[in-house]
Design a protein around this ligand. Sequence first.
Ligand code: NDP
Length: 239
Amino acid sequence: MADGVVLITGGNRGIGLAIAERLAGDGENVVITTRHELPESQLAALDALGIHTVVGDVTDEAEAQRMVNDAMKHGEWLRGLINNAGINRDKLMTRMSTEDFNAVLQTNLVGAFNMSKPALKLMQKQRQGSIIHMASVVGLTGNVGQANYAASKAGLIGLMKTIAKEGGLRQVRSNAIAPGMVETDMTDALSDKTKEAILAEIPAKRFAKPAEIADVCAFLLNNEYVTGQVITIDGGLTL
Ligand code: NDP
């Protein structure tokens, strides 16, 4: 499998980095996307793990295509694409600006489309490949203050299912992971009061570790018959 590239968007921190570290540890040939050139020290640490980087923004269609091309310089074929890059700009619906709504859709949904299109073309030619989309439980349930984010993640699930149908004939699989709360910068930004209120709703009484999301990702990369599915990993939050 070392000649097959696994490309992860937003792999420089949080869940994306945990996935990169896990898959590199499994012997996968991992390439991550970063929005900016990383500091030398971070590049050296990634290099030590055998993780390559390509630079670009998923919201730009041409850059997305170029990042897929650049990633392919590191291997013979595209084994996996993990659409992980994402942002949130939370506000109650009545106070949410159109700009904030569009920005979140553009990154979380259009960005995934921009990356998946060239990836799917390659995978269909290869007659194999796995695309994994980082959705969220709020794409299934909706959430107060997250009209933009929930809509983007619900849209991502629709995109995922369509790719599974269009790619199925040529053995391309497409699945989504729907995490609940995960310990990353994104959830660190929440106030202690909000964190406590959410924790009270989680039967597991803790947030997930990014490595626990990476675990599910490794499963979806390797299993050859699961497709079109959303795997929820939320400590029971949505029960
Ligand atoms: P972080 O905020 O820690 O990291 C987000 C990553 O996405 C960063 O690498 C960031 O790059 C990158 N990114 C953002 N915008 C773009 C862009 N336009 N082009 C390329 N890369 C971009 O987030 P998490 O690790 O917490 O989340 C990862 C994914 O998991 C997201 O899709 C998120 O919605 C989803 N998720 C997270 C949950 C959580 O509780 N943390 C729960 C459910 C889903 P940079 O470093 O340059 O900003």
